[in-house]
Design a protein. Structure first.
Length: 376
């Protein structure tokens, strides 16, 4: 069957998320920064939305430079809020998980999906899957993404970069040569600036130029393995499998009907979420050792509190722990109203392996409670 891989990449991720939660900055150029705190503007740009990119502002640039480019323009500079980005990222990955059997998340906003089985190796089916993913991410999270589809990871990744933002690019097996023909070597995924410099010195500018170049000369410059790898890339060859990583945590979060600090109202919402959590815990065949609550207050600040318990897959224990964590949180934050609440299990282990964990726990319990005979 034709192998089909899909690469999903969210558009200007952090900046889009900032825009999403604050109506007042919608439509403006937005720059999200990591402020190092040494001086007011020391630090670097983490990302810029596409309007800010039009001004020349981009990731990695010192904030001072970006501010110079923004002079006299209505540009919004904001600090990163990683908790918020991770919470949304997790939900997006869950959407992707539901749309495929094999997924490998490679960064906070990027994942490869092997959809060979789902699409039955058919490109039209693959396109429909990609359209459904785009539709869901937009409907459920209000975000756009760019998707590339190809016969392997390398081509899927390069296809997703071809049209951004909100793109969908398909490179079928039969279109690979056309796709690569005039592609600058700098656009080959995994080929860095230094390599590009050496290739340019050799007069190699495009992927097809690289693919047909004398291998012996390349070996002389880069060594055997790297030279071979470069020529394979230039031909769009890549056998790397999409390898699912072990999931680290499972969480659910939802918006309350109205902002509240009432324990029972919040618990009611958590009970609702727990049915979904139960399904996922069963589906993933895991036990958890840490139970947490997540709350987002009316200032959109995210708070989490967690507790380590004995390995279990019992959601009623999660609810019980959530209640006590929530009681403590509300006590420490009197009058603070919540907008969104959620729960999370982490410290996961495979159910199949959990017997060993339980055994270990029992062993530790016994050793800790057993009287110390040596002193008698
Ligand atoms: P895109 O994909 O070109 O539409 O734009 P982004 O912003 O999604 O860029 P991407 O996919 O390379 O990276 C995803 C997020 O990772 C991005 O929103 C912010 C963060 N990030 C990217 N590059 C840097 C960087 O150089 N420094 C820091 N601190 N964060 C970065
Ligand atoms: Ca991105």
């Amino acid at each position: 069957m034709q192998r089909i891989v899909l690469h999903v990449d969210l558009d200007s991720f952090y900046a889009s998320l900032e825009e999403l939660r604050n109506k007042q900055i919608q439509g403006k150029p937005i720059v999200v920064c990591v402020f190092s705190g040494r001086t007011e503007d020391s630090g670097a740009v983490s990302t810029a939305n596409y309007r800010a990119r039009e001004l020349g502002i981009k990731a990695g640039m010192p904030i001072v430079f970006a501010k110079r480019l923004a002079t006299d323009k209505d540009v919004v500079f904001l600090p990163v809020d990683m908790d918020y980005y991770h919470a949304v990222s997790e939900r997006i990955m869950e959407i992707l998980e539901e749309e495929t059997d094999i997924i490998q998340q490679v960064s906070i906003d990027e994942a490869y999906l092997d959809i060979t089985g789902r699409s039955s190796g058919d490109w039209d089916n693959a396109q429909r899957i990609a359209e459904e993913i785009k539709r869901r991410i937009r409907a459920e999270e209000g975000l756009t993404c760019s998707i590339g589809i190809g016969p392997n990871r390398l081509l899927a990744k390069m296809a997703s970069e071809r049209k951004k933002p909100d793109g969908l690019t398909i490179v079928k097996e039969s279109q690979v040569n056309d796709f690569l023909r005039e592609l600058p070597v700098s656009d080959l995924h995994g080929v860095g600036d230094k390599t590009v410099e050496v290739l340019n010195e050799l007069g190699i500018k495009t992927a097809d130029g690289l693919a047909t170049f004398d291998l012996l000369i390349l070996v002389g410059k880069f060594g055997k393995n790297r030279a071979k790898m470069l020529q394979e890339k230039a031909q769009g060859i890549d056998d790397t499998p999409v390898e699912p990583r072990e999931i680290q945590q499972i969480s659910r979060i939802a918006t309350l009907k109205e902002d509240t600090s009432d324990l029972e109202t919040i618990l009611e919402k958590l009970r609702e979420l727990s049915t979904d959590m139960k399904d996922r815990i069963e589906k993933k065949q895991v036990v958890f050792r840490t139970a947490s609550i997540i709350t987002i207050d009316t200032d959109l600040k995210l708070h989490t509190r967690g507790k380590t318990i004995k390995p279990t897959d019992d959601v009623s224990l999660l609810l019980e722990t959530s209640r006590s964590l929530l009681e403590g949180f509300l006590e420490d934050n009197p009058g603070k109203k919540m907008r969104r609440v959620g729960m999370r299990v982490s410290n996961l282990a495979c159910k199949a392996d959990s017997r060993n964990l339980e055994g270990l726990d029992r062993y530790l319990d016994q050793t800790l409670t057993r009287p110390d005979r040596s002193r008698r």
